[in-house]
Design a protein around this ligand. Structure first.
Ligand code: BT5
Length: 273
C-alpha cells in the first residue's frame, strides 16, 4: 500500500504515476487499482454503495468477469489495456443518465486524437471504432431510487497495447498499438482519458452543455447521415441516421418513411455500408 490513502494499490498499475499526469479537479481524487478483480464496474458500484466520493476511479490489470451490455463479455489480456470505471454522483434526473455514455465516448475519442490515432470514430451508442473494428467500449450502470440517481458507474475498456486478438474478436477488435504501430504508455493514456472526461461529464448536467457536447459527438460519429440497421428483440428497422437527441437517443428516417427514435438500452446497430 502506498503512502497516500487516496491511492490504493500494490499492483502493476501505478496510481501515483497516473496522478502525476492528471490536471483534474475531482476525477481521480481517489484511485483504486487491482491486479485482478471480477469487473471494475462491480467494484466501483460497491465503492459507491460504501459512500466513496464522486470521481473515484477504479482500475484493473485483469478482470475475471469483464462485461459488456446484455451479458456480453469484455476480453482483455493482462498488462496491456485500460480497464477503468469512474464513479459519479451527478445531480441529474435518471432519464438523462445515458448522456454520460456520450460524454465518455467523446472523452476517449479526444484522447485518441491527442495520441495521433487516425480515423477514430464513435459508433452510437457506446463503441469507439477505427473503420469497422472496435477500439473501446463503454458500459454505463446506474444505481437509482425513486428519488433519482444514487450513483453512476462509467466503465471503459480501451485496447491499448494488444498486438493481436484471439477467438471471437480476432477480426473485429483493434488497439492503439495495432492501429499505429506505436506501443503506448498505459498510465499516461489513462490520465489523458480522465483529463478529457472531467469537463465533458460536467457538461452532461445542463441542457446547454449537453447540446454542445452532442455537436462534437455528431461530428465524430461513424453513423451520422449513414444507412444502418437497428436490431431490436422484436425485429429490425433500416434507415438513415438523422441525429441524436437530448437524452442521447438515435433518430432515423426509416426506409418506410417514418421518423424513429431508439433508446440505447433496447437496441444494437449494424452498419449497412
Ligand atoms: C461494450 O459492451 O462495449 C462495453 C464494454 C465495457 C468494458 C469495460 S472494461 C472496464 C469496465 N468493467 C467491466 O466489466 N466492463 C467495463 P458491448 O457493446 O456489449 O460489446 C461487447 C462485445 O464487444 C463483445 O460481445 C465482443 O464482441 C466485443 N469485445 C469484447 N472484448 C473486446 C475487446 N477487447 N475489443 C473489442 N471488442 C471486444
Amino acid at each position: 500500500m502506498r503512502s497516500d490513502p487516496n491511492l490504493m494499490s500494490n499492483t502493476v498499475i501505478d496510481p501515483e504515476r497516473i496522478c502525476s499526469f492528471l490536471n483534474t479537479r475531482y476525477l481521480g481524487s481517489k484511485i483504486v487499482c487491482f491486479d485482478v478483480t471480477e469487473s471494475t464496474n462491480t467494484s466501483a458500484r460497491e465503492f459507491g454503495n460504501m459512500g466513496y466520493p464522486s470521481g473515484t476511479v477504479v482500475l484493473a490489470d485483469r478482470q475475471t468477469g469483464g462485461r459488456g451490455r446484455r451479458e456480453r463479455k469484455w476480453e482483455s489480456k493482462p498488462g496491456e489495456n485500460m480497464l477503468m470505471s469512474v464513479l459519479l454522483r451527478p445531480s441529474v434526473r435518471s432519464e438523462v443518465a445515458p448522456r454520460f455514455t456520450i460524454a465518455a465516448a467523446v472523452g476517449v475519442y479526444r484522447a485518441m486524437v491527442m495520441h495521433a490515432v487516425r480515423d477514430v470514430r464513435i459508433k452510437w451508442p457506446n463503441d469507439i471504432v477505427i473503420g469497422h473494428k472496435k477500439l473501446a467500449g463503454i458500459l454505463l450502470e446506474c444505481s437509482a431510487t425513486v428519488d433519482g440517481i444514487k450513483h453512476l458507474t462509467v466503465g471503459i475498456g480501451l485496447n491499448v497495447n494488444t498486438e493481436t486478438f484471439d477467438g471471437d474478436i480476432r477480426d473485429t477488435a483493434v488497439s492503439m498499438l495495432s492501429a499505429t504501430g506505436r506501443r503506448m504508455d498505459r498510465e499516461q493514456v489513462t490520465a489523458d482519458v480522465l483529463n478529457q472526461l472531467e469537463p465533458l461529464f460536467d457538461m452532461c448536467e445542463t441542457d446547454t452543455g449537453f447540446s454542445e457536447l452532442m455537436e462534437e459527438y455528431t461530428r465524430a460519429s461513424a453513423v451520422y447521415g449513414k444507412r444502418v440497421t437497428i436490431v431490436q428483440e422484436t425485429g429490425t428497422r433500416q434507415g438513415t441516421v438523422t441525429g441524436f437527441d437530448a437524452l442521447g437517443r438515435i433518430e432515423m428516417d426509416s426506409d418506410t418513411g417514418e421518423h424513429l427514435v431508439f433508446d440505447s438500452g433496447d437496441v444494437s446497430l449494424r452498419y449497412d455500408f
